[in-house]
Design a binder for this molecule. Structure first.
Ligand code: EPS
Length: 358
């Protein structure tokens, strides 16, 4: 039994879609809680005017009845309101009538740092828009909706996940960058409390919780670095200052340098992960590139974009960590109904002499 997520959707296409399989039956979902996470993702300093067009809300097409999961695939949809301005340019079928609105002219000047060049070469595209639309971080709205469902499942076994910005002085850096028509990145941190020992496994690298969390975070647009616990700093320390001594009958730790994971398995301490986001690649003062149509030097594509999306990343990273922890918990505790799942969790807690540190 495992949880899986498939998403579909382009930034200015009709909608974003998320299909979750492997949820137990009987999990109560709160529409307002999912929408609240979608709202949090849209907020934040330095976001694009696009966010004034969108008001992200979840719609459910399948897998839910009267607010309870059925144990069948859950199909979620988030509409792209901006699609109304791109209905010709992003029409799924050959568009009818004269070109109108946005996205009617092919993009041929790739932005360094975006999917543009690699996507055009890989897929043999004459219009870079065919690459950038799916690569866009707009897609993270679908992941956040799925993450909100994962958080509801985790709450049933007393796990709470929270993402925060870990960059200081972010607003000032954003103001300065905007004035200079530039962009900035930053750091976010996600903490998961109440994670019991034993999620993930050292059996194979695919099972390792640290590898899975790293992949989940690295899979988010613009993330270039991931750290677990004291991460890179551990490389410069001695063993006596790098590990977490065990104490008391509850098997707690004095420190948490490992970030709650040892040998790819949760150890009962808080899970702490960080992700580094690069500055966004759409610059109002464009970088140099080559026009793929003419082969001549050119300036990269300039289009409406964010100056920063670090606060959004904190919400998206929270969703990604929640989804991966929920997946690991489904693997460990299984069950077709929520009652089975929670029952297996309780039985396991009864078996191990671990006590959650307050
Ligand atoms: C993005 C470019 C911008 C961002 C977008 C990600 O889109 P647009 O060109 O429509 O203004 O706003 O993020 C979102 C739309 C979102 O909802 O997060 C990109 O190129 O990655």
């Amino acid at each position: 039994m495992t949880l899986q997520l498939t998403t579909a959707g382009e930034s200015h296409g009709p909608a974003l879609v998320a299909i979750l399989t492997g949820l137990p039956a009987g999990l109560v979902l709160d529409r307002e809680a999912i929408d609240a996470d979608l709202r949090r993702r849209q907020e934040g300093y330095g976001r694009s005017p696009r966010q004034r067009i969108e008001t992200d809300r979840v719609e459910v097409l399948a897998g839910l009845r009267h607010g309870r999961t059925l144990g069948t695939p859950l199909a979620l949809v988030v509409q792209n309101r901006d699609h109304a301005n791109w209905s010709w340019g992003m029409s799924p079928w050959p568009p009818e009538g004269e070109p109108s609105g946005k996205g009617t002219k092919p993009v041929t000047v790739p932005r360094p740092g975006h999917a543009d060049l690699a996507g055009a070469l890989k897929y043999g595209l004459a219009d870079i828009r065919d690459a950038l639309e799916r690569a866009s971080a707009r897609h993270t709205a679908a992941a956040v909706a799925a993450g909100a469902v994962a958080k509801a499942l985790l709450r049933a076994i007393s796990i709470e996940v929270e993402g925060l910005v870990a960059t200081e002085d972010l607003e000032r850096r954003i103001d300065e960058a905007r004035d200079e028509r530039d962009t900035v990145g930053g750091l976010v941190e996600v903490r998961a409390r109440g994670v019991l020992p034993g999620l993930g496994s050292y059996a194979t690298k695919e099972d390792r919780l640290d590898a899975r969390l790293a992949a989940a975070l690295m899979g988010i647009q613009a993330v270039k670095g991931v750290e677990i616990g004291d991460g890179f700093a551990l490389a410069g320390r001695r063993g006596s200052e790098a590990h977490d001594e065990v104490e008391g009958p509850g098997l707690g730790r004095r420190t948490n340098r490992a970030g709650g994971i040892e040998a790819g398995v949760s150890n009962g301490e808080e899970i702490v992960v960080r992700a580094a986001m690069k500055p966004l690649p759409t610059l109002m003062r464009p970088l140099q590139t080559v026009d793929l149509e003419t082969g001549e030097p050119a300036e990269a594509l300039v289009e409406r974009s964010d100056v920063a999306a670090v606060e959004a990343l904190a919400v998206v990273a929270e969703a990604a960590v929640a989804f991966e922890l929920a997946r690991a918990a489904r693997e460990k505790f299984g069950g077709d109904s929520l009652g089975d799942f929670v029952g297996a969790w309780r039985a396991y807690l009864d078996r191990i002499p671990w006590q959650r540190t307050p």
